[in-house]
Every structure is written in C-alpha cells, then in structure tokens.
Design a protein around this ligand. Structure first.
Ligand code: SF4
Ligand code: SF4
Ligand code: SF4
Ligand code: FES
Length: 393
C-alpha cells in the first residue's frame, strides 16, 4: 500500500512501512547519518538524521521512523540543522581532538560531518583521554574507545553479520562505553578477528593494527581483487602505497561478500612481500644431478629405531647413505627445468607402475579454469581418475 507524503514540499507516494530515510534516499534527498548503515538494522542511536515533521513536537530520527499518510517532512530546516550541529558538538566534547595524527583522518564520518556542520569543540568538553589507547591485545584490531561515539555499529556488525555477539555497551550516562563480552579482551569474548567491526566503525575507535600509521587515505591506491585463500571468491580492495600492499579494506560493492571478510582475507596479506615467499621454483639437488634418491637423515633415524640400534651402530655410515645435506638442498631453477623434472617423473612412474599409481590434488586457490585443466591432465593425459580437491577435505 502507498502513503502520500511530502518531503521538502515535494509530493511523494511512498511504500507503507518504509522509513523516512529510505524514502528520502529513493528520491535523492540526503539526510546525514552516523549510526545508520545500509547493511545493518537501524538502531536510532546517534540522532544525526533528525528531521522536522509538520505538527510534531519532537524531531524524529529518520532512520527508524516509518512514513505515515499525510506526513510533511522537512529535512534541512533551521531547527534540525541546529539540532544536528549540537549533536555533533556533544560528540566532540567527549572526543580527543587529534585528527592530525589519527589513522582514519580523511575517511572518518565524524570528521566529515563536523566539517560540514562547522561543529566546534565546546570549551567545557572532556580533556585528554579517558580510556587506554590501543587497549586490547587482539593482534589485528586497534581499540581506542576515546574515539568512540557509541553508534553501536560494531555491535550490530558483529552480531548480525559475523554472529559472534562480541560487543555490547556497559555503564550508563557519561560513563557509557563499548566493551567486549563482560569487559574482557576481545579474543576472550568469542572474537574471531574478522575485522567486521572495524570495517563498520565510522571513526578511529576501531582500526587496523597492521596498517596503523602507514598511510593517509589519499596516499593509497585501491586495487580491487579477489581473495586467493578459498573458493568463496570474496572481493576486497588492496591498499597499495609505493607499490607495496599495506592493508585491506572491505569493498561494499563486492558481489559475493559485501563488506564481510574472514580473518585470512582481511589480515592475511603479509605473505605478499615476505622475504620467505617462494617466487621461483626450487628442486632438490639430487634431482638435478641424476642418480637415485638418497636416504635422508629422517629415514636413517627410522631405520635405526626399527633395528633398535643407534645410528652409530649401523654398519653403514651416514656418508655411505649419502646423508649429507647436499643432495637434499633446494636449488632454484627455471620453470621449464622444474616442469621437465615433474613430467619425466610422472612418465617414468606411469610406464613402470601404471597410471593409477599417480594422483593429482587440485586447489581452491586456483582458478576454475586451472582446476578444469588439472582434471584434463589427470584423466586424459595421464589416464587416471585419481584426482581430488582441497575443498572436499
Ligand atoms: S576519529 Fe575522526 S574525528 Fe576523531 S580524531 Fe580520528 S579523524 Fe578526528
Ligand atoms: S573482529 Fe569480528 S568477531 Fe571480533 S569483535 Fe569484530 S566483528 Fe566481532
Ligand atoms: S567502536 Fe566504533 S562502531 Fe563501535 S560504537 Fe564506537 S564508534 Fe561506533
Ligand atoms: S543515523 Fe539515524 S539515529 Fe543515527
């Protein structure tokens, strides 16, 4: 059913049950918000979205007030503009004034609105910090409750998207504060470090430890990519500075996952520039030099265990069994060389023992096309159905 309303003097037919904010958005009328996020259930906590309704004594919050027949709404009246500015000033009164060094300056919703409404910090506001900065030992999430505006988006994101219910509010009045569990470290309150609460926090109260202090928003290039950890195919933005990946941000347009990511997707990016990362193929030295597979020190120890003698008592010495590190050393080679070795081993094994003594393990980290090709390689080139995939494990 439709209801007839007016927004800023314009007659609109709106769907019954929708909120003022939803209808305004549909008609390109902007109402500022802070606690509201399109992915989360509205809570009406911050009162930035107040509007005037003709005949109403109070100004309702547009994000939680449904449209009614005959409503006449003003979104930018002098009164609501003043109310919003006052709301912002009350938030700033209880907020450290350190945008200069704050990690989220430039992408902070509170900062943007304070600028837009020319909100000033009241002289009587709280001075200094009230809570410990970086107060939680979580290895990925930096908590600074001095910057919290009690919008409770973190609570909604954790409960509604991640279903972990880590965040809640403690105390009342001036002492009201967000806490994990019953005021315990996040990891003790069932947190799985997915970073959803960070992604939805509109201020610097929750930020990312790994990228903290590494770049301002305007200094990074955002490169949208698909996560390589599993087959779900989540998308996100890599934050790139000086050709180096320094962080990950949710991309709200991601078709599969929206803003949601798991701990691996959001924080498992340090392998990219890690010095231990393999970037070229390596093969064992004995494979390059020909000859049989030497006995390893592990095998020697198994043999001595089975014979119930010490390896010293064996009638062969380590040297005789080629138990030196030499043949087992990893040697960096060209891709062609490495692939030739693998192909030769497959061919030898198949001709000596039959195709079914070989097998293939595909991976969710490969593209669908690559997995399809491995299937062709196993069945049509090698002639075996021994093929499996890590997603089945
Ligand atoms: S959270 Fe926002 S308003 Fe607060 S210090 Fe940081 S940038 Fe400034
Ligand atoms: S990191 Fe994830 S699980 Fe932990 S508190 Fe935030 S949203 Fe909840
Ligand atoms: S920590 Fe961030 S998301 Fe949570 S209530 Fe405070 S400002 Fe809002
Ligand atoms: S956005 Fe509506 S009350 Fe916060």
């Amino acid at each position: 059913m439709a209801v007839n309303i007016k927004i800023n003097g314009k007659a609109i037919q709106a769907e019954d049950g929708k909120t003022i904010l939803q209808v305004a958005k549909e008609h390109n009328v902007r109402i500022p918000t802070l606690c509201y996020h399109k992915d989360l259930n509205p809570t009406g906590n911050c009162r930035m979205c107040v509007v005037d309704v003709n005949g109403w004594r109070i100004s309702p919050a547009a994000c939680v007030t449904p449209v009614w027949e005959g409503m006449e709404i003003e979104t930018d009246s002098e009164k609501v503009m003043k109310d919003r500015k006052l709301t912002l000033e009350l938030m700033l009164a209880n907020h450290p004034q350190d945008c200069l060094t704050c990690d989220v300056a430039g992408e902070c919703e509170l900062q943007d609105l304070a600028y837009e409404y020319k909100a000033e910090v009241p002289a009587w506001g709280a001075k200094g910090t009230r809570y410990k900065v970086d107060s939680d030992p979580n290895p990925f999430i930096r908590v600074d409750m001095n910057k919290c505006i009690l919008c409770r988006r973190c609570e909604s994101a954790c409960a509604e998207i991640q279903v972990r219910d880590v965040w809640g509010v403690a105390k009342r009045g001036f002492d009201e504060v967000m806490v994990a569990g019953a005021g315990v470290p996040m990891l003790e309150a069932r947190c799985e470090s997915c970073g959803q609460c960070v992604a939805y926090c509109p201020t610097g109260a929750l930020s990312n430890k790994m990228s903290y202090g590494m770049a301002r928003a305007h200094q990074v290039k955002k490169v949208t990519t698909t996560c390589s950890y599993c087959g779900v195919g989540c998308q996100f933005d890599l934050l790139v500075k000086d050709n180096k990946v320094i962080g990950v941000h949710s991309n709200s347009e991601a078709p599969v996952n929206g803003m949601a990511l798991c701990v691996k997707g959001r924080y498992g990016y340090d392998f990219i520039h890690h010095p231990d990362r393999l970037v070229r193929p390596k093969v064992r030295r004995y494979l390059l030099e020909g000859g049989g597979k030497p006995v390893s020190s592990d095998q020697l120890s198994v043999i001595s265990d089975r014979l119930s003698v010490s390896s010293d008592q064996l009638s062969v010495t380590s040297d005789q069994l080629s138990v030196t590190s030499g043949p087992w050393d990893w040697v960096e080679v060209e891709w062609e060389k490495a692939l030739d070795i693998v192909a030769d081993k497959f061919a030898d094994t198949r001709s000596e023992f039959g195709a079914d003594t070989t097998g293939f393990l595909a991976s969710a980290k490969c593209l669908n096309e690559e997995n399809y090709l491995i299937n062709k390689l196993a069945r049509q080139v090698m002639g075996t159905n021994n093929i499996d995939h890590c997603a089945r494990l």
